[in-house]
Design a protein around this ligand. Structure first.
Ligand code: ARG
Length: 325
């Protein structure tokens, strides 16, 4: 059974505390089932010209009172977190085509490197350990992709990066503060297949909920990298519960989050990708795939960057862009 096997989107209901909700419009994608033959080539990727969502100055939500405002960050009239729903049943399958339209593949020197998530038209969020020691000029990010070896099924686009913002307290030994932002050279024009994910409220604790991890990582410990993006549903633990697992309890800091159960985990190659939570309408990124011992091992859940602890950091580091609501 695949470690990062697929499971469908369970409609998890969030607390009322989650910031953005309430639109019942579901965006459905009409799947393109054309023969999938052509090899994926970067230079043949179709590029969509840049577009900017119009910004309007909505007041920010209650969670912003605890830290200073970033004046170059506004809210724009776009939606975050809408997936392209698939009518799949729970159990061991890849995601639907562009089901999670914020999924980004970070390519380094022409090779798959890590996952990431589109946060605004200009920024991708990923793990600091993914981008440490990388040369910015060799990074490319691909959006709207599904099967990394096939071009015909969706119109993927590629972007270069103009800034790599790694958390300055990222610790490569403990993976504490494993978070980074990448600024895209040209903004993304959102489309059916490329949309941003929502951020949770500052300090929101997803303990006890069922999240979904999505990525192109190995489907078994020491196994192969799949060509299609996979997803798996993982139970999210409380910090206290995580500290009773087989990891040394001090390794699990309050800015980390544990999720998974035996055989249900992220794995190498999933790093930087999102741990998602749905409120039944929209998806929120509550974690970033960070580390773990092996994959899917009993007592060793996947460890994620706890996004809700980094909302101030994220907002302070996003420049001249706007968040969708
Ligand atoms: N550090 C890994 C990567 O770079 C992610 C490992 C996640 N491991 C886990 N058991 N959940 O891809």
């Amino acid at each position: 059974m695949n470690i990062l096997c697929c499971i469908v989107i369970l409609m998890v209901t969030f607390d009322k505390s989650v910031t953005c909700f309430e639109q019942l419009a579901r965006h459905n994608i009409s799947l393109n089932n054309r023969q999938r033959t052509s090899k994926f080539l970067f230079d043949t990727i179709f590029r969509i010209s840049s577009g900017v969502s119009s910004a309007f100055g909505l007041a920010d939500t209650e969670d912003d009172g605890e830290y200073s405002e970033n004046n170059s960050l506004s809210t724009c009239d776009c939606d975050c977190g809408f997936s392209n729903e698939e009518n799949r049943i729970v159990g061991g399958k890849p995601t639907g085509i562009n089901q999670y339209p914020w999924m980004a593949r970070i390519i380094y020197d022409g090779k798959f490197h890590c996952g990431g998530s589109l946060l605004t038209k200009d920024y991708v969020i990923s793990a600091a350990h993914c981008i440490k020691k990388l040369r910015r000029s060799k990074i490319r990010i691909i959006f709207g992709d599904h099967d990394q070896h096939i071009t015909s099924e969706s119109q993927a686009i590629q972007r270069a990066v103009t800034a790599v913002i790694k958390h300055k307290n990222f610790d490569p030994d403990t993976y504490n503060n494993d978070i980074a932002l990448l600024r895209l050279r040209k903004p993304i024009l959102f489309s059916k297949i490329i949309k941003p994910v929502c951020l949770p409220r500052y300090n929101y604790d997803p303990a006890g909920r069922i999240g979904t991890v999505v990525g192109w990582g190995r489907t078994a410990e020491g196994g192969e990298l799949p060509s299609i993006v996979n997803q798996v549903k993982v139970p999210i633990m409380s910090l206290a519960e995580c500290r009773t697992q087989k990891y040394k309890s001090t390794r699990i800091t309050s800015t980390m989050l544990c999720a998974g159960r035996p055989q249900m985990d992220s794995c190498q190659g999933d790093s930087g990708g999102p741990l998602l939570l749905s409120n039944g309408v929209k998806y929120f990124i509550v974690g970033i795939v960070s580390w773990g011992v092996g994959c899917g091992r009993e007592g060793y859940p996947g460890v994620y960057t706890r996004i809700s602890k980094f909302i101030p950091w994220i907002k302070a580091n996003l420049e001249n862009t706007c968040l969708c609501s």
